[in-house]
Design a protein around this ligand. Sequence first.
Ligand code: HEM
Length: 468
Amino acid sequence: MADETAPRRGEGAPPPGGPLAGATGGPLMMTAAEAAMWWATAVALPAVAVLLVISAPRLAAARFLTAPVFALTHAITLGLGSTMIVGAAYQMSGALLSERLWTQRWVPWQLAGFIVGATALVAGFYTSRIGWLILGGSLVTVTAWGFGVIMARTGAALRRRGAAGQAGPQGRLHGLAMAISALSFGLVTTWGLVLALGFRFPVWPWLYIGHQGLLVHMALGLGGWFALMVVGVSYRLVPIVHGVRIANERRGMAIVALLVASLALQVAGALARSAWLLKAAVVAACLAGPLYVWELVYLLRRRRRRRPDLNVDHWWALCVVTVVLSATGLGWAAGLVSVRPPERLALAAGVAYLLGWVVQVILGQLYKVTPFLMWYYRATIPDVLQIPNLPDLYAPKAGKVAFWATNGGLVLLVAGILTASTPLTQLGAWAYGAGLLAVAALLGYGWLPAVLTGRVPWRWRARAAREA
Ligand code: HEM
């Protein structure tokens, strides 16, 4: 693929205020993919914080099938999580796949369509306007399949060049997990749209009996899209960012196989209304958890850089959340853990998974990916390993505050839900929300004053490329 906007060496600038700010004198460039990530950081994070605080009393009352909670879940899954993943996938494709997808002309439109659709969908849920839900859901669904097509084309291009096997075992794992994940993304959005259409046109009422349609939707989204994406990307990204090699390809394949089995079992269990299939799905996912932690611990303990690094802290916290969730799930399946009413345990696990696993991994990556992306243009791919070795770039104070506020808030939230305590759940929501606002202020808005006052020149990459 011709890369007509390929960066030149020396172009671009480090983040304002960073240790090397202004060192190159070049402008700070922003691509459409980075703009999507900026949106997720600066707009979606505060929106999630506000919706979480609004939803806290309903979470404490275990009333999760309500408008604000639906808005909250989709602000997290679409506005924050999916926007960040899609933007990062386009931006990182150069480093991860040696293909710069973001140069494709319609990528900015695809990203814009996704963001507009996700915003309409969240607003539709919040205000209970089914028309907005259907319109937003349609836009999100079309653009999600567009993402899948771009990813598939890249895979085909890599195979044509014979480059698919060059990244070694972690590359194979990454490719497999990404392919299943991208397919699940198309499927979860389509299924969500079907559920939304059913609110307006009741032609498939059976889907809502026993929440079977919802369970399929959640399996595709939380398991197929997020879990496989995080596992697949981390198998490629953690070795690159921390200069290590994965321990064992077979372990990685076992994790992917267990997650796929869990996904299939949950879909089958929901459609067949079989409690034991659903239990088997939980067991499969909970067996994948410790295996994944085992690999992460192996990689993190061998990392080259030993300075304070929030990216690493978030990975450790993710390990703790994974172990706790897996142990709870296995304990529940064995009949050793129970909560009355049982929905409370499922709700607490869902909140821990979304806020302590999905959001955790996203926040952790911001400390690497955001500065990494800004500097990417100055570096050739062989230099990539040097970028994370710059001193103390990844542990700013506001980031540490955010780390403890979000993780402390999560503990309070889960405790509040399990004990049906509204004050505890609210306190957790406020703490977690404050942490999210701190991240948004640091990474989303921190550099804006320097750009707005002209101290650091800023340019939109497409324009800069035309003028070059
Ligand atoms: C990455 C994509 C998505 C993920 C991970 C996801 C996840 C979820 C989750 C976790 C819930 C349960 C929320 C709760 O209990 O409070 C839910 C419900 C729902 N989602 Fe999504 N969602 C996604 C995309 C979509 C899209 C594009 C639509 C289209 C309009 C949609 C429509 C719905 C509907 C209608 C429900 C309620 C279903 C019911 O009550 O039976 N979702 N989703």
